[in-house]
Write a protein that binds this ligand. Sequence first.
Ligand code: MEV
Length: 323
Amino acid sequence: MVRAFAPGKCILFGEHAVVYGHPAVAVAIDSGVEVELTESNSWTIEGLPFLSERHPHISHILNDVFDYDGEPLKIAIKSDLFSAAGLGSSAALSNAMGAAVLQLTNPKAELDSIELARIGHAAEAKAQSGRASPTDTATSALGGCVVVSGEIIAGTKHVFDAAMETPEGRRKWSICKVDLPEDLDAWLVLGFTGVGSPTGDMVAGVAKLLKKDSSKHQDMDAIARITNAGLTALGAGNLEAVGMAMNACHERLQNIEVSSPELDALVEAVRPHALGAKLTGAGGGGCMVALTQHPQRVAEAIEVAGGTPLISRVGVDGVRILQ
Ligand code: MEV
């Protein structure tokens, strides 16, 4: 039996803009996905027969990536992430599944988190009509604080590059890491609106809006500037400036029409108790995130406003094998 865990992610700055080569900053969060594989005499998942068409991510990893021809597997999945909520649950599933299959088939092999991130990115792109950035998979695989950008940003440590053909042309990203200050005295509180929102639809909606109204490119450029400022503030541990950048980022995301009344209500509800707050991930529903020194108070404000809170540290370890 083997078990692997991969964390979810929270984008602090740059969602949507990163699909167009602008930078994004994301951190791994405490919640994530655990996969347990046990050799068995029949293929099952969560106690039911395993059907590849119902689980394309898992089937892609087993068959296309690992060419698995071993014993049938009993697959158990535990997740404490809200799904279709902008927290990278499908990337975490890809990474945890990849790590578990690798451990089962080659127990002596070192876990190659870069390779897992690449595998996961290809699977995400299939699910998002070819418009996926490597943000979710890289953050879940590498852990900590990850910067994904069309070009390497000064002050970051380069880890690997990724490229992909998208409907808007070829995109290339550098994936870099940033050390967070060790004594960062703040938590993230995520607030789930209860409304699921498929990332592929949101990304396609933004592509349509940019074609129809070219002035929206100014919002993308502004998100890029805010992301750079937010990253500098984060590296320096200047939490107030990080919060201000998060607030400014939310406004620009509203302009590109990816917020929703539910997201705006949760963002408004937490602002008195938070350094900053914004939607996180694809938007349209899903989650918002607040950076705060009063996580319980923010969690209560989210509940009172009708959302479901989740408290996390900022930037935990990436994919790992569980003993
Ligand atoms: C999804 O978590 C973030 C988006 O920027 C899409 C992507 O990066 O692939 C909306």
